[in-house]
Design a protein around this ligand. Structure first.
Ligand SMILES: Nc1ncnc2c1ncn2[C@@H]1O[C@H](COP(=O)(O)OP(=O)(O)OP(=O)(O)O)[C@@H](O)[C@H]1O
Length: 586
């Protein structure tokens, strides 16, 4: 009975409409456990609420109530449901709902909202424009606020600031985030525009040093990370679910302690974790769901659709006979099957390489012939990307030998492209995703090139160029904004220092900050030059209308971008302009 007494003190009972309306006058956050008369309030969550009440110690702005759906008209949509529902009212506005006794989610929601209330009270932020949620029948809803809560609520956004990226601190921050049990779901590297900074940090915009902050935040590359909690870290305890047929049991004091501690420890917010690690000055965390969703929409427009897709990268190979005879046919099929060809190259395999790639045939009597055949001329190596790519490629090409393929998968490419010369599958594919990554690394070793976006290019055009860079398979591994001085410009353009137009280049570069980037991919030097297009934008428009210079160049001098001419030049200039990407390795 001691437990019962505590419950009454913990949660006010709301069992008619006028008490409900009165409750909406509460200042701050009210956590409402909506219950049915026949099954009573959710006992399992009371342990958590009691703990939060004690830990947060915010009785003025944190209230807990139980509200009986059967006797309150507003709560009609929640009648006759066996699953508990928790509503969150801030200053009388119901702004969120969580279905089910999901202790971690409820815990996180309360802590976030109370932290917000504290910041608002301290004048550190303005009250967000919450939208009041609509109550819909929770059995029929499959979109809207509730699914929002269950699916999206768990994401946070981390913005690693330019200064941290410049000094290589981003590596440590990412490692710590991962080691603490969070998952980096997506990552973008961007120089934030002034508008973006003003928008995201609007709550501190009236502070005297905001202009300095603005220039720091736009001075170079920031990392924007979408972060979630790792699933397996979810505490298994959710407390006993109330059963209408039996008297609900209170957890024992022991259970109560362990369970609640688990909840509190494991679901520590990312913000709290960063503060404990003394990393918050390098990295801002956004956990407010409205802002998180806004940031995801801006920086990761494909994020939600991509989350449901298992994109896999594999390596495929057309053996020499097939490559010589039917290359176009095979490439058409690959594209028709929904694979994106990320990279491709012709390669004459060495004996060792052929032996490694043909390992599965090493006991066959034709192995020697096979190796001879494989090294006799160019093969075509491809990196393919597709949803469920590994399995789909295996099914498409079929088994290792034509004999097996005829028996088990007569429709496969193995049968379709069988060649007289050898009884094997003329197509190869990685056996696993791990093997694929190793093969890709081996056959398509990444190269770095310096890319420079010239000062005349606008922020909007930069965004377009980032898109092209990404679409063309480059990774921006380092980036910063620099007002290039004569010495730095001389290092980039050392080859043309004697040219008559060199002084014009210096003048053009002094007109404003350039954006310098390290672009990484296989064959980066020549691929970047191809993407830039011819030096003269007019010529580019004719010869390569989709190139960057054709689209954003104004003249030969103001031709939007620069790129290293060869690998040696790229390495030299990158070393001059950037600190090593991983300082601890050096
Ligand atoms: N005749 C010219 N008049 C003015 N500027 C020029 C002229 N020719 C080249 N430039 C400028 O000098 C830069 C370097 O010239 P270069 O001949 O090395 O061209 P590139 O290799 O196509 O370009 P980049 O080195 O910038 O990638 C060009 O990008 C252009 O901005």
């Amino acid at each position: 009975m001691a437990g019962k007494k505590r419950e009454i003190q913990l949660q006010a009972v709301i069992n008619n409409q006028s008490l409900w309306d009165e409750m909406l006058q509460n200042k701050g956050l009210t956590v409402i456990d909506v219950y049915q008369a026949w099954c009573g309030p959710c006992k399992a969550m009371q342990t958590l609420f009691r703990k939060l009440k004690n830990d947060l110690n915010e009785d003025e702005i944190l209230h807990f109530v139980v509200a009986e759906a059967d006797s309150i008209v507003t709560l009609q949509p929640f009648r006759d449901k066996c699953e508990p529902v928790f509503l969150f009212s801030v200053n009388g506005k119901i702004i969120a709902k969580i279905n089910g006794a999901n202790a971690p989610l409820v815990n996180k929601k309360i802590i976030n909202l109370i932290n917000e209330e504290r910041k608002i009270a301290a004048g550190e932020m303005v009250r967000p424009q919450y939208h009041e949620i609509a109550f819909v029948d929770s059995d029929t809803e499959n979109v809207g606020e509730a699914s929002h809560e269950n699916n999206d609520q768990l994401y946070s956004i981390a913005i690693i600031k330019p200064e941290a990226v410049r000094t290589g601190k981003n590596i440590e921050i990412k490692e710590k985030i991962i080691n603490a049990g969070f998952v980096i779901e997506a990552e973008a590297k961007r120089v934030l525009t002034e508008e973006q900074v003003k928008d995201f940090y609007s709550e501190i915009a009236d502070q005297p040093d905001f202009e300095d902050f603005l220039s720091l935040m736009t001075s170079g590359l920031s990392y924007i990370l979408v972060i979630s909690q790792r699933d397996e870290q979810e505490p298994s305890w959710e407390g006993p679910v109330p059963n209408p047929d039996t008297e609900p049991k209170e957890p024992s004091e022991d259970q109560y302690e362990t369970a609640t501690t688990t909840v509190m420890k494991k679901r520590d917010s990312l913000q709290e974790y960063m503060e404990r690690q003394h990393l918050s000055e390098f990295c801002d965390i956004e956990e407010n769901i409205v802002n998180v969703n806004k940031l995801i929409d801006i920086f990761f427009p494909d994020f939600r659709s991509m989350k449901n897709v298992k994109l896999e990268r594999i390596m495929a190979l057309l053996r020499p006979d097939l490559f010589q005879g039917k290359k176009e046919d095979v490439l058409n099929i690959i594209q028709d099957e929904g694979f994106k060809i990320l990279m491709q190259r012709q390669i004459v395999l060495t004996k060792e390489e052929a032996q490694t790639l043909c390992k599965e045939y090493e006991n066959k009597d034709y192995f020697e012939n096979l190796i001879e055949n494989m090294t006799s001329g160019p093969s075509l190596a491809l990196v393919l990307l597709r949803d469920n790519g590994l399995q789909h490629w295996k099914e498409l090409i079929g088994p290792n030998t034509v004999e097996e393929a005829k028996e088990y998968l007569p429709e496969s490419l193995c049968v379709h492209f069988a060649m007289e010369s050898l009884p094997i599958n003329q197509l190869y594919g990685s056996v696993s995703l791990e093997a694929a990554e190793k093969e890709i690394e081996y056959f398509f070793p990444p190269q770095k090139v310096l890319g420079l976006i010239k000062p005349h290019v606008t922020h909007e055009q930069r965004e377009e160029i980032f898109k092209l860079i990404k679409e063309n398979g480059f990774e921006i591994t380092q980036m910063k904004e620099m007002l290039l001085n004569e010495e730095q410009a001389g290092k980039i353009y050392f080859k043309i220092k004697q040219k008559h137009f060199y002084k014009n280049i210096l003048e053009m570069l002094s007109e404003g900050p350039s954006l310098v980037m390290v672009l990484t991919k296989w064959n980066a030097v020549s691929d970047w030059r191809r993407l830039m297009g011819p030096t003269d934008p007019e010529e580019a428009k004719l010869l390569s209308p989709d190139s960057i210079r054709a689209r954003f160049g104004q003249s030969t001098l103001k031709n939007a971008v620069h790129g290293s001419s060869n690998l040696y030049e790229a390495t030299e200039v990158i070393n001059e302009l950037f600190v090593p990407e991983n300082p601890e390795e050096n």
